[in-house]
Design a protein around this ligand. Structure first.
Ligand code: GLN
Length: 197
């Protein structure tokens, strides 16, 4: 059984648990979802989700609880992470905001709340590298990916990158857990995981 950690200090946690269960079922894999609120949990996880929410709060609590070092070790060990929206902000190399201590898991810099300024929240069909059909992407006060260093761009919207991969880490500006479509969780985890349950 795979152990999936969902960072649960703040944000839309249960939706990610449901999404990972759907993706696992589609791959015939058993998965146990655990919520991460304190240190000592991530080291046992095969994969990790960093949900949306409020990035200033998430980064503060992750640091206070000492989970930051464990997440870095998870990525250093080559284990997969999916970071969405505020999760992407926390995972980035720079958030251009001194209130957010980023974990530098992904070589991108982001601007909080800059994407989709004209419309706070919207849904758009997105062409994603590796998916045959467009993905229904839900954007909610999404971060703009301002600079892409060594990361690979998986999708763009209006010429701006909105999904990126850097080694075992996939980051999205949008919320793949808010639709019933498991393909982004699929892409982030089941196409990279080599551990057999
Ligand atoms: N605007 C939020 C932030 O900057 C992110 C929004 C979200 O996760 N839906 O932290």
């Amino acid at each position: 059984t795979l152990k999936a950690g969902v960072l649960a200090v703040q944000g839309d946690v249960s939706e990610h648990g449901d999404a990972i269960r759907r993706a696992a079922t589609a791959h015939g894999r058993a998965v146990e979802v655990v919520e991460v609120r304190e240190s000592g949990v991530v080291p046992d996880c095969d994969l990790l989700l960093m949900p949306g929410g409020e990035s200033t709060t998430i980064s503060r609590l992750v640091e206070r609880e000492g989970i930051d070092e464990e997440i870095r070790a998870h990525v250093d060990a080559g284990k997969p992470v999916l970071a969405t929206c505020a999760g992407l902000i926390v995972a980035a190399s720079d958030a251009n905001d001194e209130r957010v201590e980023t974990l530098d898991l992904l070589d991108v810099s982001v601007d909080r709340n800059a994407f989709g300024r004209q419309k706070d929240s919207f849904e758009a069909p997105l062409d994603v590298e590796g998916l045959d059909e467009p993905f229904p992407a839900v954007f909610i006060r999404a971060p703009l990916i301002a600079d892409v260093g060594d990361a690979e761009v998986l999708a763009t919207w209006d010429d701006d990158p909105v999904a990126v991969r850097d080694g075992p880490v996939v980051g999205t500006s949008f919320h793949p857990e808010l639709t019933n479509d498991p393909r982004i969780h699929d892409l982030a985890f089941f196409e990279t995981l080599e551990v057999e349950a």
